[in-house]
Design a protein around this ligand. Sequence first.
Ligand code: NAD
Length: 256
Amino acid sequence: MTDINQRLAGKTCIVTGSGGSIGRATALRFAAEGANVVGCDIAVSAAAETVRLVEQAGGSMISVHPLDLTNKDQCERLVAEAVKRFGGVDVLFNNGAMAYFAWIGEMSDDTWYKTINEELNLVFLLTRATWPELVKSRGAIVNTASISAWMGLELLPGLAHSAAKGGVLSLTRHLAMEGRLHGIRANSVSPGTIETNQTRPILEDPVWSKKQLGRAMINRMGQPEEVASVVAFLASSDASYVTGADIRVDGGVLAW
Ligand SMILES: NC(=O)c1ccc[n+]([C@@H]2O[C@H](COP(=O)([O-])OP(=O)(O)OC[C@H]3O[C@@H](n4cnc5c(N)ncnc54)[C@H](O)[C@@H]3O)[C@@H](O)[C@H]2O)c1
């Protein structure tokens, strides 16, 4: 019988952007469920702090930092570290990303390309690097999309961000289709407004905050742990018949 508190026991799980809000919450959640966590982040001290918190909680985690996921060689190095330390990879959580915002009239070429590179290309690069290990383990992929993949947010100049996250969403469906031949499942989560390092400054603006939070049926910001719990479900065998799906973790924004 599956121990529902230890669904990831003995599984090796890569978490990207493990120094960030959702990445850290997920590293802690995966470790609490028995996983060997392999973190990475471009931000050194934040990544190291996540390792400290996981170890303090009694979990197992290594981390490669600084690591830039837009660099193919560094993605390959991350997978090699996971294999060297834990013998393979069972779960890939593509979470780390950086968006740049501008309305179309002010959108520079650089802002557009940077956002596509740092939100979409990095998902492709690490997934390709991890694929042979996921084939061996009949593993699971969870990608972080966004409600921006599904809708335009009135106050957010998110043209490039929406395009990148729409790419993540449809890439996930395609990965599910290719992965079926190898027992690999691929799903995504679409967070709404989650209280994180990237959103906290914007939400301090009262107009923005009222308008944005007013859209949620559950009338508050989500917490990173509320995304992490859904990611852990998708990563685990509790979701063994779920692939090609997107779960919206948005307090109901997209449902009315
Ligand atoms: N916070 C929200 O409301 C919200 C909503 C929808 C989607 N998301 C998505 O959730 C994910 C996590 O974001 P978060 O809110 O926790 O933000 P965050 O800034 O706290 O975490 C993101 C982490 O990714 C790292 N990172 C960025 N680019 C990297 C790169 N090239 N190489 C290595 N590491 C890199 C950052 O250093 C950071 O630690 C992102 O994909 C984001 O788009 C967040």
